[in-house]
Design a protein around this ligand. Structure first.
Ligand code: R5P
Length: 292
C-alpha cells in the first residue's frame, strides 16, 4: 500500500501549460500505434530522421557469399556503427550476441535458392518468433512483374496483418529479378505498390530521377547498395539518394566487401546522418583506413 502523500509542497499541475502532442517524425507514420512507432524510432534516428542499416541477409538465398563467409569475424565489428542490422533468424540466434542494442530487421520471406526461380518465396518466419527475438521490423521481398508476383505480394500483406497485431512494421523490399528492368518507372511502380499495401517502409534501388520515386511513395524509402562499387561512387550514390528524399541506406556488399569495411560504414554514416558530401566522406574513409 503506498504511503499517504503528506507533503506540504504546493502541487504543480501547471494548468496554464497545454500538454504537447508531437507529430511522429517519420514520413507517413503518424497513425501507427505506440509500439510500431517506437520500433521505427529504433531503426530511424529521431534526430536526423535517417538510418544506416547494414544488410547481411544475402545467405538466405546465396549461401556464404563473398564477405559473409564468417559473419562473426566480418560483420560483428561493423555492428556498433549501424543503426539496424538486416539479417536472418539463423544468423541472429547463432552468431549475434543478445547484448547488442541495434535494431534488428528480420528477413521474413524466403524459399528458393539462386538455383531456382527466386520469386517463388513464402513467409519464412512466424510473427511470434519475431516477437520472441524482439525484432524492430520484418523484411519481405516483393517481386512486382515477377513470375510469382501475386504470391510475393500476398506474403507482404499477410505479414503486414500479422505485424499490425503485435506492433511490428514491415519493410517491403522491391526485388529486381534477372528479367526485370531497373528503371525509374519500374521502381516507382514497385515502391508505391508496397506502400499502398501496408509496408511501413520500402527498400529499393537508386535510379536516375529518384526524387520522383520518393515523392510518389508515401512512406520512407531506404536504398540498397547493390553490387560492389568503388567507395567514392557508393558514397556518392548514398549522397544523391538522401538529397533526393531517401530516408537512409540499407547497404550490404558496398560495406562488407569494401577494402576497409569499418571506415566505409563510418563514412556512410557521415553522409546519411551528418550531411557530409561524398568527396569529404571519401577523404574521411581514406584517413580512417590509413589509421588502421
Ligand atoms: C535483397 O535481396 C536482400 O535484402 C539483400 O541482402 C540486400 O538487399 C542486399 O544489399 P546490397 O545490395 O547492399 O548488398
Amino acid at each position: 500500500m503506498p504511503e499517504v502523500d503528506t507533503s506540504k509542497k504546493e502541487k504543480e499541475f501547471h494548468p496554464e501549460i497545454p500538454q504537447k502532442s508531437e507529430l511522429f517524425f517519420l514520413k507517413g507514420s503518424n497513425s501507427y500505434d505506440w509500439g510500431m512507432k517506437n520500433r521505427l524510432a529504433r531503426i530511424f534516428n529521431p534526430k536526423s530522421g535517417k538510418t544506416v542499416m547494414l544488410a547481411f541477409d544475402h545467405g538466405y538465398f546465396q549461401g556464404p557469399t563473398t564477405g559473409l563467409e564468417r559473419v562473426d569475424l566480418t560483420i560483428l565489428p561493423l555492428a556498433p556503427h549501424a543503426d539496424a542490422l538486416m539479417l536472418t533468424r539463423g544468423i541472429l540466434r547463432s552468431t549475434i550476441p543478445a547484448s547488442l542494442t541495434n535494431a534488428m530487421v528480420m528477413r521474413a520471406s524466403g524459399g528458393p535458392s539462386i538455383l531456382k526461380e527466386l520469386s517463388n518465396e513464402q513467409i519464412a518466419v512466424d510473427v511470434e518468433d519475431c516477437v520472441r527475438m524482439n525484432v524492430s521490423a520484418m523484411a519481405v521481398q516483393v517481386f512486382i512483374g515477377g513470375e510469382h508476383e501475386t504470391q510475393s505480394v500476398h506474403n507482404m500483406t499477410r505479414l503486414v496483418d500479422l505485424g499490425n497485431r503485435v506492433g511490428i512494421p514491415v519493410l517491403g523490399v522491391t526485388a529486381v529479378g534477372k528479367d526485370l528492368t531497373r528503371d525509374v518507372k519500374y521502381i516507382r511502380l514497385a515502391t508505391r505498390i508496397c506502400a499502398e499495401l501496408g509496408a511501413a517502409f520500402v527498400k529499393t534501388y537508386f535510379v536516375p530521377e529518384f526524387e520522383t520515386v520518393t515523392a510518389s511513395c508515401p512512406v520512407p524509402i531506404v536504398i540498397a547498395g547493390g553490387k560492389k562499387l568503388p567507395e567514392l561512387d557508393a558514397l556518392q550514390m548514398a549522397r544523391d539518394a538522401i538529397d533526393q528524399g531517401a530516408s537512409g541506406v540499407d547497404m550490404g556488399r558496398n560495406i562488407f566487401q569494401s577494402d576497409a569495411p569499418v571506415p566505409m560504414i563510418q563514412a556512410v554514416r557521415k553522409v546519411v546522418h551528418e550531411g557530409m558530401s561524398a568527396r569529404d566522406a571519401f577523404e574521411y574513409y581514406q584517413t580512417m583506413k590509413n589509421r588502421k
